[in-house]
Design a protein around this ligand. Sequence first.
Ligand SMILES: *[C@@H]1O[C@H](CO)[C@@H](O)[C@H](O)[C@H]1NC(C)=O
Ligand SMILES: *[C@@H]1O[C@H](CO)[C@@H](O)[C@H](O)[C@H]1NC(C)=O
Ligand SMILES: *[C@@H]1O[C@H](CO)[C@@H](O)[C@H](O)[C@H]1NC(C)=O
Length: 500
Amino acid sequence: MDNIGFLFLNTFLFCTCLASPPNFVLLFADDLGFGDLGCYGHPSSLTPNLDRLAAGGLRFTDFYCTSPVCSPSRASLLTGRYQTRSGIYPGVLYPGSRGGLPLNETTIAEVLKPMGYATAAIGKWHLGVGANGMFLPTRQGFDQYLGIPYSHDMGPCWNLTCFPPDVKCFGLCDVGTVTVPLMHNEVIKQQPVSFLDLERAYSDFATNFITTSAKKKQPFFLYYPSHHTHYPQYAGQGAAGRTLRGPFGDALFEFDNTIGNLLTTLEKTGVTNNTLVFFTSDNGPELMRLSRGGNAGPLKCGKGTTYEGGMREPAIAFWPGTIRPGVTHEMASTLDILPTIASLAGAKLPQVMLDGVDMTEILVNQGKSKRETMVFYPTDPDEKYGLFALRLGKYKAHFYTRGATHSGTTPDQDCPVFAVLKAHDPPLIFDLEADPSEHYPLPLTGKPDLQALLERIKKVKEQFEASMVFGESQISKGTDPDLEPCCNPQCSPKPSCCKC
Ligand SMILES: *[C@@H]1O[C@H](CO)[C@@H](O)[C@H](O)[C@H]1NC(C)=O
Ligand SMILES: *[C@@H]1O[C@H](CO)[C@@H](O)[C@H](O)[C@H]1NC(C)=O
Ligand SMILES: *[C@@H]1O[C@H](CO)[C@@H](O)[C@H](O)[C@H]1NC(C)=O
């Protein structure tokens, strides 16, 4: 950018920040892969609103979540810290989990509250419910919450309707637990939830929140972790049967419609130019769902693995007047969202070890990333193995590889669960710019420059691991059926009587 443009942009930012701090809308898709959106090249997805965000905003090619499964990825997004620190491992939380995101972790909502922000969470929480709802969003800085507090397959679904007029959900989902509840703040409104009406309820709740906050001239933070496009796919009247891509495409289109409603509301209330909208996804596609699951595009494997398909995600930042439209190849992560939001809002960072870095430079100046490294933990991190892979600049080294059930059914033999844990010494090294599909490990023999790179990677790994203090595992605390949310707590026999 020329100097005048640079000066103008900075003056503009400075003034808007002084005038009123920016609003934040954080959109988080579920099990959506790198290749699933129209703007990332999918030929039959219908995502006009996400494509509009990409066309008018900044689209990332090298953006990472921190875990190939849900709960840990969400913990990192909201705290700016690897899940190993907060104890959200191994695997994910369940309806009756005793643990949850520890209350002494500071979420983005808690960073913004002291700055006078209104905060709301809508959709899939998946960071714990706990005794008396002690881990719900309302205990982690959110004024309001509407949603299913975990995955919508975490309850029997074989009799539930997923598409109009009465198409039953595909598959059984989890049996032996309560059906999934819809909660408003800490109260169950409906059990089981009505999938056909759910997206409408979320959209209305979200647009009301924006309108109310804008009218009061109160800055706001809206966190919308959608259930789309996690299994089982569902969609209501407005989206069902509308795409060429079948159930997955319809579910994605339904989420995209809500994004359209949010954008329209931002425009109507006159806050578009003072709002950062950020979109990304929690982990890679669940390939075992075949055509009902997502797509990793050119990337290797998907959900559950530490290959690129498991953790590299679509990401879009949209802020008219502040973020220039374009594409960035800078490396960034969900870890970086908390520090970036804090910086843009002029809020204090939590006084803890953060793994995220401020990416404001990338957003407003299409500048360089402060992030040089990304580490890849498996779904079950432990101190004995440490990280499975590490990206340094454009190179990624795999110290361990393993397939996953979630990535089953692919022709690539490295992806399914049958690909057991394999140690690599020396690590497999890939040049992700030349070979994003991780097909061709670089030959190290007789290559002194690559040997030097390997030494550097080992050193960075050592330093990182020396800084890593594993928090007490929240998920290993186990489950207690009495903790499963039940709208009629005294009823019997459970879980089937929990119906309202
Ligand atoms: C939260 O409390 C636990 C238990 O006392 C402690 O181990 C952990 O370091 C604390 N985490 C933070 C972020 O302060
Ligand atoms: C599912 O619906 C059928 C037909 O209404 C009913 O007979 C069956 O008991 C239901 N199963 C469960 C688990 O609710
Ligand atoms: C918002 O920003 C865009 C792009 O800079 C500009 O064209 C538009 O006029 C602005 N709208 C308002 C209401 O300020």
